[in-house]
Write a protein that binds this ligand. Structure first.
Ligand code: FES
Length: 143
């Protein structure tokens, strides 16, 4: 028998009312990552000016936890410097959501990786080196 997962109220709220859904036209950075195992895909768009994330939007084709983590990740990243944005881990996203069931932790990794991929895109387009930023992986299930 499959177990019914317990989600926090915050996860349910960000799943039912996701913040920052959509696209940013001419975004400074766009990152797309997927997980081939579950088939979920997340894309994050960043508007960056003066080294600060002015706006963040996302499109996620995935499970409820992936939608909730993208929503929270885009909320957390807004107003942050590029360096601070790089420091937003999946743990920080999960904490902000009051946790995720263990089998859903990988969904939050999609959010972390999508942010990194968008920052990478930004750095490549502008010839900037962001210390500590590694080239993104397209499929996190390979990690
Ligand atoms: Fe794959 Fe949630 S089940 S991202």
């Amino acid at each position: 028998m499959s177990q019914v997962l317990e989600y926090s109220e915050k996860v349910m709220d960000h799943f039912a009312n996701p913040r920052n859904v959509g696209e940013i036209e001419d975004a400074a950075g766009v990152g797309t990552v997927g997980n081939a195992k579950c088939g979920d895909i997340m894309r994050i768009y960043l508007d960056i000016k003066d080294n600060v994330v002015q706006d963040a939007k996302f499109k996620t084709f995935g499970c409820g936890a992936a939608v909730a983590t993208s929503s929270m990740a885009t909320e957390l990243i807004k107003g942050k410097t590029v360096e601070e944005a790089l420091g937003i881990t999946n743990k920080a996203v999960m904490e902000a959501l009051d946790g995720l069931p263990p089998v859903k932790v990988h969904c939050s990794l999609l959010a972390e990786e999508a942010i990194h991929a968008a920052l990478w895109d930004y750095s490549q387009k502008n010839g900037i080196t962001i210390e500590g930023l590694k080239p993104p992986v397209a499929d996190i299930s390979e990690e």
